[in-house]
Design a protein around this ligand. Structure first.
Ligand code: BDP
Length: 697
């Protein structure tokens, strides 16, 4: 068990289940062949061969028998029309899977309006079987609630992956387009199994070269491989490509030659990839070029690219991750300040991609104020699956609850119930196209994600992209059953571990709304003391503002006034230090060390207690995992166990280093009952790595 199969882990079934499944799956009757229908057929054959340890025949003559599984659309399998299934609500990507009787035969119908809907339906049927559902009683129907469901790869053309902790890029630019690594096909299958339908192949810090024919031919090959699985290719582009590639003297979006260059280049892209999705752009952010370099606005830059894409039906996704226009400004306010005045001036094929929080994928952030305040430009959520700020490879942190917290957050933008999920779905402000994206955690590691539990974060993102209203717990349960076993006690224990894991990590890293307390550049491990970096907003001390009197960032009206960017209802809650279970306390408030918490402790006591609780939470995960040894194959068991030990050691490191620093700054000894840090503050400050993966520095 090396983890390569991810959740598409089809294993022989034990009796009596095997017989029950065999009875319900005796033969396949499939719609006329197409590349997507072939993919559906191959998946069904592969899965049931593995689970039943026998070949299930495909009946070519369309005759049906008891136990036939019919998969198709009304067009490619006329029998489907005769079944009177509710296809009209399913749109272009939805499916229904139903057990029914036809002509006196008990059959399962997997039906959709399109071939890709059929493929999604096959995966839904397989999930039903893999998670222990009754094979003779299936009643599933679903359609995605968001149009664009995208992975963003931060993969560089040299094979490295920015913030990647699972090896190198899975795109082998050297052997493409001649050699199609089987991994590309499996990648597409896996994404289709959770309904993802687009992938941005390269890093947002984009090399201009991606637009050369040399790379486009390779990207086109990947698009060919992905197409049957409904996965569209997108590319990140460098705004200065015209000049950087040496073809023009400028990349000024107002220059007619530049506009023409992008039109021609985009036409080339579509020549290579006829169903190309569009461009993703990081502009005027962290040193990337952009329209600002020529005195133009983000809208002028985005609209130029949107105009080049429009004739081909392409989409332009512009990121709102910008900051440091002025060192005196609170970084948390900058994206909205920059984009709010431009709202309503973008072409209608422009989408603005906004990170979930106002800073940068911290263990916990309040929701970005753009959700609710940008009302005329379609917004795409950007989550991060790769755990840049969350312990990277080894720490077990299931992101489902964190995603759920964001998606369910009520912005009050148009009264109560204006949740982020509803904004993304276009229910609050009209959106022609809706979407969600996440930075992938995929690499060449045999298990794809550098650790079994990291796979769950890819999985939960896909499931929530399809349906942002699903719960983290229900998705975790499916994942555990598909990845390990459906034995009830096992599932309960692992789901509990997963559900608590994110809060545990927040506790030992950045409790009570602390943020950006990481070491420089690689972001691995604690660095609350760092204060000497060039730009103020890169320093952890900028965020913690700890001194002898207190700690926290005052973002109230008498501070940076970032709260004013939220609706009055939400701003009033953030202004209450005790609201939201004190989750955002130090994000919005600078408070004295003796500040009284709801639990009766002072803040200093509460902080110490939270750090301890975090370390203790990891110890509990270790104990839970140890109890499962008999039920997990040794390879995956030992890896998780070793990773949890690393996590425990590092949770202790975070706890000790942060408390040592805050004790020194506050001039207070540790509160009674809390152990002294194992080492001196100087020791923690002196820790440096020679190498940390994913570090762009
Ligand atoms: C930060 C990463 C950096 C990315 C940047 C971005 O540290 O490597 O380039 O975000 O999203 O989280 O553009």
């Amino acid at each position: 068990e090396d983890g390569y199969d991810l959740w598409l882990r089809y294993r022989p079934l034990a009796e009596p289940r095997r017989s029950a499944v065999e009875k319900a799956v005796r033969a396949f009757v499939l719609g006329a062949a197409s590349p997507t229908m072939t993919a559906a057929r191959e998946e069904l054959e592969r899965a049931f061969f593995a689970m039943l340890v026998k070949c299930v025949p495909v009946l070519d003559d369309g005759a049906i028998c008891d136990g036939a599984v019919l998969a198709g659309t009304p067009e490619n399998l006329p029998l489907i029309s005769a079944l009177d299934l509710p296809l009209s609500d399913l749109g272009k990507e939805g499916y229904c899977v139903s057990s029914l009787t036809h002509d006196g035969k008990r059959v399962t119908a997997i039906a959709a309006n399109t071939d890709i809907g059929v493929l999604y339906g096959c995966f839904a049927f397989l999930r039903h079987i893999q998670t222990g559902g009754d094979p003779a009683k299936v009643d599933l129907a679903a359609a995605p609630k968001l149009d664009l469901r995208l992975l963003n790869h931060w993969d560089n053309l040299d094979g490295s992956v920015e913030r990647g902790y699972a090896g190198y890029s899975i795109w082998d630019w050297w052997t493409l387009p001649d050699y199609v690594n089987k991994r590309y096909i499996d990648y597409a299958r896996v994404n289709a199994s959770i309904g993802l339908n687009g992938t941005v192949l390269n890093n947002v810090n984009a090399a201009p070269d991606i637009l050369s024919d040399f790379y486009l031919e390779k990207a086109a090959k990947l698009a060919d491989v992905f197409r049957p699985y409904g996965l569209k290719v997108f590319l990140s582009v460098n705004f200065a490509s015209p000049s950087a590639l040496g073809e023009l003297a400028t990349s000024d979006p107002a220059d007619p030659a530049v506009k023409q260059w992008w039109k021609d280049k985009t036409r080339d892209v579509y020549r290579w990839i006829p169903d190309f999705g569009g461009f993703l752009v990081k502009a005027n952010s962290e040193g990337q070029p952009g329209p600002g370099d020529y005195g133009r606005s983000h809208a002028e830059g985005a609209n130029m690219l949107a105009d080049a894409l429009a004739p081909h039906g392409g989409i332009l996704i512009w990121r709102s991750f910008v900051y440091a226009s002025d060192p005196g400004t609170d970084r948390a306010t900058e994206a909205l300040s920059e984009f709010k005045p431009l709202d309503g001036t973008f072409r209608n094929n422009v989408l603005l991609q906004v990170k979930n929080g106002p800073i940068d994928f911290q263990p916990r952030e309040p929701v970005s104020p753009s959700f609710g305040q940008i009302t005329e430009t379609p917004l795409v959520m950007e989550f991060q699956i790769t755990k840049e700020y969350l312990g990277q490879t080894a720490h077990l942190a299931y992101l489902g609850p964190a995603f759920e917290e964001v998606l369910k957050f009520d912005t009050h933008a148009r009264g109560p119930g204006s949740t982020v999920s509803r904004i993304l779905k276009g229910e609050i402000f009209p959106q022609k196209v809706t979407g969600i994206a996440a930075v992938a955690n995929i690499g060449t590691d045999r298990d794809w994600t550098g650790g079994t539990f990291n796979q769950a974060n890819w999985y939960v993102f896909g499931r929530m992209a399809w349906d942002p209203d699903e719960t983290a717990a229900a998705i975790a349960e499916d994942w555990v059953k598909m990845t390990f076993t459906d034995e009830a006690g096992f599932v309960r224990t692992v789901v509990d571990m997963m559900i608590g894991s994110h809060e545990t990590l927040v506790n030992y890293m950045m409790p009570y709304g602390l943020h950006h307390q990481v070491a420089t550049s690689h972001h691995y491990g604690p660095g609350p003391w760092v204060s000497e970096l060039d730009r103020p907003e890169w320093n952890p001390t900028y965020y913690n503002r700890a001194d002898e009197n207190g700690i926290g960032f005052n973002r109230l009206a008498n501070g940076s006034n970032a709260v004013a960017q939220y609706s009055p209802e939400v701003a009033a809650k953030f202004a209450d230090p005790h609201a939201f279970g004190e989750r955002y306390l130090l994000w919005f408030h600078h408070v004295p060390w003796d500040f009284p918490l709801t639990c009766g402790k002072t803040l200093w006591e509460g902080l110490a207690a939270r750090y301890d609780k975090g370390v203790e939470g990891v110890a509990q995960m270790i104990a839970s995992w140890e109890s499962l040894r008999p039920q997990v194959d040794s390879q995956r068991f030992e890896q998780v166990r070793a990773f949890l030990k690393i996590q425990h050691r590092e949770a202790q490191w975070w706890r000790d280093a942060c408390l040592a620093y805050f004790s020194a700054t506050s001039g207070r000894p540790l509160p009674e009952g809390h152990a002294e840090p194992a080492h001196t503050l100087e020791y923690y400050r002196s820790i440096h790595f020679r190498f940390a993966p994913g570090d762009p520095a």
